[in-house]
Design a protein around this ligand. Structure first.
Ligand SMILES: [Zn+2]
Length: 1018
């Protein structure tokens, strides 16, 4: 082991790394939606700001850890050269309180390291005296403006050149933004605004860089140089070329057949059927609410993207912003881009065919003008069909470009060429950062984590290069040398938490396969190593700083397990919760972070392609509002286990175990970016989810996982009168755990409508509600919870009022909704009673903040179950209708409304809340059910903590288990089951979901309807 005493160490504090910037870089990029709602207390009256930065990331130091120096070096050269424009901008944005990037390198004072007393029983301890190895990754990075400059125009030209050719000799651009090929930030310089001003519609309209004439240009459109004449959108073909008749199904032909679309089709009658809400008490369908099917012709419908991946709040897009404003419904997308798919066409091709102007990937909704040319469905540019595309690998035939898999599937994945790389694809790297304070040991989580890791070590996604490492912390930070060849793991303790450093940088992240035995030894030893600890402090911040340093050269995933408020070193937090305020009906404070430490750390991590996932297992307030920032801005995920205790709370322990199994083995994408493109005229103004917004339409995702959802708000910048169809495309560029660069592309096509009735007919009420939930979270933090609640109510009031005013024959005394929106008031009431937004009911601050985090990061299907769980009666399953799934008979009980009036003491009910199933047993429940399904002789003998159903040889047992496993199979996370009797403390958890009932603090559903009606009549 290298022992260097008083070595010179570049004082690179964690916050200065890799040219990341924060400070003033956050500019609002949300356009105030043009009066979508009322002026006051609606979401649109205040723009929701999104953290926004120009590209800033420079991968450095990679060549110090990989042997492929030559290629990495050339990449780095390019990086330095191309950095110019952005760094200049970046420097402009660093505020005084931010970073001093010109800090000199100076010697660091010696620090004394000592061995942890009593920790050396199974792991040998090493005493190191001032080991300071210069961190190679950090010392070589360019931090100030490079000396080589390049004009923005040149950079732009270069970008265009490189993106329009597939030649591997093309210059590599310095950021992932340019890499994915959409908007090159250099193009901003052309508009003579080096620092992007907060985008406001008026100003962006004033600066049209090119002659396209659409007001707010997406960066993608700005790249088109020189401007090409744009084809009129509905012209059938390019002049001078023979028009290929119906042979090529494309937008043009389909548009004309849809011309003057007025929805006199199947969609209208049912979805516009007026529903009298105050009279009709049975609005809940018998089975779960399906996504509305866009009103497209059958060919397009078949090709369209699955609603499981991609949903729009309005499946009929209003032609103009004015029409959208009239409808009083938000326009936006709900995305689940990386979800697990059973079928996914994967395309390996040296040429990935994309529009030369806007970089859209060829998709089923483009039109072929002839065999050699296709027209982009987003910007309408005519592009050449490359020679290679003429061959169809599926049919092995030539000359049928429209039959290629890219044109036949709206969800495809490309294996990307080196053009899509800034550096060789990174290996899968996993770092676990574990709290080992007294509190953590007492909770007993370590056993579960180590056991799960041991069980799943071989299933961690990766290849022969996969690396893994461990850091533990209490009042000091402990590292583990797992270098191959050691006889046992070595613990290295760093007590200088004010100036954390890596004792042996090269042997802390080790190859999983080479050091597997050492890793197993460590995992077996860890749970017992700290048993007798009296250390109550938590130096989480310093441990995270160390983790960041360790991960910087490669990027990867940091998994943090924390059990209390961090109490030492950087990022320490104080309790901010006043338990007496938990059921306040007035102001709810401290929904935002107490410090920017965790956000800054996350941005640094994101810049080094590292995501931080947080597992918070706490029995007391831990300030999740602050801690969550480490994951929110690094594209990580957040898990929270309130009142966690391994033996006292078996349901939580089981949940952790199940979550970990999924977490450790699910797919993972590294160093990812996601871009969302849409038909010109539409524009994106706010993103929701866990990520970092790199430019107006590009999200930076250091990691992407299949359980992450995203939402996007949009507006209509320019009327869509020239087209009858619009498309949205997301492209997710990532490195797979096997080291492949891949691009997953989804394309959604929707019709454009011109009447208000048609807009309502196409409303997707679940998507609307999920988008509103995201907006309400932002509003709660930026303004106040009561503002957010008012805005939610106003969303219903305004849209129903607007609908009723258009339907002339309605009586004013009734509250009427179109069938498509009949569940809107119910869902909004459910949101108001949800932990995130409720008032008057005792809610712990961390619980509330966690619910908000989930709203922002769950895909729609999970979010809906959280907002409005499904309730079934299950004591009479034998009589229910059934379906057959894989030789299994699965009963299909009807959905029950969430009201106590549905719960009879004679029955048993299952509530599906997404991540948890409650089975409520009535006091007078049939003894046969208790015996056969629960396995106990009578109600009284059913235990309080029951989390599993036994296998009993009886039809009702078989049917119940079959139904529950059918529900479980439909989701990646296996929910925990909790049996609830009347005396059970978990009863309140169950009853709080009966949202149709009146509570002390909130309306019943009926009262809520009357309240809405009253407000409409005002
Ligand atoms: Zn295009």
């Amino acid at each position: 082991m290298p022992v260097v005493s008083s070595a010179v160490y570049p004082n690179v504090s964690y916050s200065v790394a890799a040219g990341s910037v924060y400070g003033q870089a956050f500019t609002s990029q949300s356009l105030p939606a043009v009066g979508q709602f009322k002026e006051t207390n609606t979401f649109s009256s205040q723009s929701t700001s999104v953290p926004h930065l120009l590209q800033q990331h420079v991968p450095v130091g990679y060549n110090t850890t990989l042997s492929t120096i030559s290629s990495a070096q050339s990449v780095q050269d390019n990086l330095c050269r191309n950095l110019t424009g952005s760094v200049a901008k970046v420097n402009n944005q660093i505020n005084a309180g931010g970073i001093d990037s010109s800090q000199p390198v100076h010697p660091v004072s010696q620090s004394v390291l000592f061995t942890k007393p009593g920790a050396g029983t199974s792991v040998s301890s090493a005493v190191i005296s001032s080991v300071r190895t210069p961190a190679p990754s950090l010392s070589s990075q360019p931090r100030s403006s490079p000396s080589v400059t390049q004009s923005p125009e040149l950079a732009l030209q270069e970008a265009i050149d490189s993106s329009s050719t597939t030649s591997s000799a093309s210059p590599v651009l310095n950021n992932y933004d340019a890499l994915e090929g959409g908007g090159y930030p250099e193009a901003r310089s052309v508009t003579s605004s080096p620092v992007p001003a907060p985008s406001v519609p008026q100003t962006s309209k004033a600066s049209k860089p090119f002659g396209y004439g659409y007001p707010t240009l997406q960066p993608g459109y700005q790249n088109a140089a020189p401007p090409t004449p744009v084809q009129p959108s509905n012209s059938g073909h390019h002049p001078g070329f023979q028009h290929y008749p119906q042979q090529y199904p494309g937008v043009n032909q389909l548009s004309s057949s849809l011309g003057g679309l007025s929805l006199q089709h199947s969609q209208q009658p049912e979805s516009l059927r007026p529903v009298n809400l105050t009279q009709d008490r049975n609005i809940l369908p018998v089975s779960s609410v399906p996504a509305p099917v866009p009103n497209l012709n059958s060919d397009l419908r078949k090709l369209n993207c699955s609603p499981d991946s991609f949903r729009c709040t309005l499946t009929n897009i209003p032609q103009t912003q004015a029409l959208l404003n009239k409808a009083k419904l938000p326009l936006g997308l709900l995305l689940h881009p990386f979800r697990d798919l059973t079928q996914l066409p994967v395309i390996t091709s040296s040429t990935i065919v994309r529009c030369r102007s806007c970089r859209t990937y060829i998709n089923p909704f483009v039109s072929f003008i002839d065999q050699r040319r296709w027209k982009c469905n987003l910007c309408y540019r005519v592009n050449d069909v490359p020679e290679e595309f003429m061959y169809n690998p599926l049919t092995r035939s030539y000359g049928e470009p429209h039959k290629r898999p890219e044109v036949q599937n709206s969800t495809v994945e490309f294996i990307a060429s080196s053009d899509y790389m800034l550096r060789p694809p990174q290996p899968a790297v996993y770092l676990f950062v574990l709290d080992v304070s007294h509190n953590a040991v007492e909770a007993g989580y370590l056993t579960i984590v180590c056991q799960s890791l041991l069980e799943n070590l071989d299933k961690l996604p990766g290849d022969s290069r996969t690396r893994i490492g461990f850091i533990t912390f209490d009042s000091t930070v402990q590292f583990y040398n797992l270098q191959e060849g050691l006889s046992q793991p070595q613990m290295l303790i760093v007590s200088d938490i004010d100036d954390i450093f890596l004792p042996t940088p090269d042997s802390l992240l080790v190859n999983l396969h080479e050091s597997k035995e050492l890793i197993k030894d460590l995992l077996n030893a860890l749970p017992n190593m700290f048993t007798n600890t009296r250390e109550t402090h938590s130096a989480l911040g310093p441990a995270l700083q160390a983790a960041f340093k360790l991960m910087s050269p490669t990027g990867g995933r940091i998994s943090v397990f924390q059990t209390q408020l961090p109490s030492l070193g950087a990022g320490l937090l104080h309790s901010r919760e006043d338990p007496n305020q938990r059921s306040s009906t007035k102001v709810v404070q401290h929904l935002g972070p107490a410090t920017d430490f965790y956000k800054k750390l996350a941005l640094d991590c994101s810049g080094q392609q590292t995501a931080v996932d947080l597992f918070l297992l706490s029995s007391q307030y831990s300030d999740l509002a602050s801690l969550a920032c480490m994951s929110k801005y690094s594209a990580g995920c957040i898990y929270y286990y309130p009142s966690f205790h391994r033996s006292h709370n078996p349901a939580q322990a089981e949940k952790l175990q199940k979550d970990l199994k999924r977490y450790l083995t699910r797919k993972i994408g590294f160093e990812a970016v996601m871009r969302i493109r849409c038909t010109k005229g539409l524009s994106i103004h706010t993103f929701h989810g866990n990520f970092f917004v790199r430019s107006t339409d590009l999200l930076s995702l250091a990691n992407v996982n299949p359980d992450a959802g995203f939402a996007v708000q949009m507006s209509i910048e320019e009327s869509l009168t020239d087209t009858s169809l619009v498309c949205f495309q997301t492209a997710l560029l990532y490195t797979s755990s096997k080291g492949e660069r891949r691009i997953r592309v989804h394309t959604l096509c929707l019709p454009v409508v011109s009447s208000l009735a048609d807009v309502y007919a196409g409303a997707d009420v679940q998507a609307v509600v999920c988008l509103l939930a995201n907006m309400a979270v932002d509003r709660s933090v930026s303004s106040s919870l009561s503002d957010a609640r008012d805005a939610l109510v106003n969303a219903v009031v305004d849209s129903l009022a607007s609908y009723m005013s258009t339907a002339s024959n309605l009586q004013q005394s009734m509250l009427i909704a179109p069938n498509s929106l009949k569940l809107f008031p119910l869902y909004i009431l459910a949101l108001l009673k949800q932990k995130a937004f409720r008032t008057g009911t005792s809610t712990r601050l961390d619980d509330r903040v966690y619910a908000m985090c989930q709203m922002k990061s769950q895909p729609l299907v999970h979010l809906m179950k959280m907002i409005h769980p499904n309730l079934y009666r299950i004591d009479k399953l034998i009589d229910e209708s059934t379906i057959h799934v894989n030789d299994r008979v699965v009963p299909q009980p009807p959905l029950q409304k969430l009201s106590a009036e549905k719960l009879t003491r004679e029955g048993a009910f299952l509530m599906d809340c997404g991540s948890i199933f409650y089975i409520w047993i009535g006091k007078n429940c049939d003894n046969n059910f208790i015996k056969d399904v629960l396995g106990y002789p009578n109600y009284a003998s059913v235990p309080q903590k029951m989390t599993q159903l036994p296998e009993v040889d009886a039809l009702s047992s078989e049917r119940t288990r079959s139904f529950i496993s059918w529900l479980r199979d439909s989701r990646p996370l296996s929910p925990v089951l909790q049996v609830i009797k009347d005396e059970n403390p978990a009863k309140t958890d169950f009853f709080q979901h009966l949202i149709e009932d009146r509570t002390e603090a909130a309306f019943s559903y009926y009262e809520f309807l009357l309240n809405i009606q009253q407000q409409i009549c005002k």
